[in-house]
Design a protein around this ligand. Structure first.
Ligand SMILES: [Zn+2]
Length: 257
């Protein structure tokens, strides 16, 4: 076999990973899942996601089916799954899951999983985007009814999923501990700098509010703004949007961010 044909066959057969201890099931439009066909011990890596890293703006252009096969890996980066469904793409959300995150793209068993059980993880372990909110019908006793972008902030989930959040969510959790309101002096500094260096003034203030001393302007805006219009205006440094933000920070000192 030539080197060229070997490369082609590798490219065409590589797929994301589902443990051989489970199989995917389901057909459209009823949804997909993966079920254990053998006992799966706690700690087993059961699936990995692959894909292309996209910003929210680009991600939003894809259809709902494709977007359902995705995972957030950073504030404004989402891995979008391949064009065709692959074995590792079929791990559903549950509010009472048996799996968690080992890293940004790998799912592991949080407990021993019996034959016949569906493999599930809680999307709050990996996603914190308003684009991913949905009404949940997982049917478990712990079902939250709606899965929201801020669920990772819930004390109950933080305790239940300790060690099973993705690195991105774990960073958000750690940053929360350093969040603070702006002091009177912070506000005075922000206002004194704003006329000549508006971007620097606002970035420094938001970094303090979010407890992220090294965050970029783009990251801070993604964390703060809820509406796409607001995000794009702030990212393009629209004067009215910046004036509104500095006014809000002056008034609230960052409360409610
Ligand atoms: Zn649920």
């Amino acid at each position: 076999m030539s080197r060229a044909s070997t490369s082609i066959s590798l490219v065409t057969t590589v797929q994301n990973f589902l443990t051989p201890l489970a199989v995917p099931f389901g057909t459209p439009p009823h949804g997909f899942g993966s079920r254990a066909i053998a006992a799966i011990p706690v700690g087993t890596s059961v699936a990995t996601f692959g894909g292309t890293a996209l910003t929210h703006a680009t991600f939003a252009r894809y259809d709902a089916e494709r977007r359902s096969r995705s995972i957030q890996v950073d504030t404004n980066l989402i891995f979008l799954g391949p064009p065709k469904r692959e074995p590792g793409d079929s791990i559903n959300h549950s509010c009472e899951p048996n799996c968690g995150m080992r890293n940004a793209t790998t799912i592991i068993a949080m407990r021993d999983i019996a034959i016949g059980e569906e493999l599930t993880f809680d999307y709050a372990m990996s996603d914190a985007s308003i684009y991913d909110e949905f009404d949940c019908n997982c049917g478990t006793a712990l079902c939250r009814g709606r899965v929201r972008a801020d669920d990772w902030r819930l004390d109950t989930l933080r305790h239940r999923y300790t060690g099973f959040f993705s690195p991105y969510i774990q960073r958000r959790i750690e940053a929360e501990r350093h969040r603070s309101l702006l002091t009177k002096r912070d506000v005075e500094e922000m206002l004194a700098t704003y006329d000549t260096e508006p971007l620097m003034a606002l970035r420094n203030a938001l970094r303090k509010c979010f407890g992220m001393p090294h965050a970029t302007w783009e990251t801070l805006i993604e964390l703060m703004a809820k509406q796409p219009d607001e995000i794009s205006q702030l990212l393009s440094l629209n004067t009215d949007a910046l004036d509104q933000l500095v006014g809000a920070l002056n008034e609230t000192r960052g409360a409610g961010l």
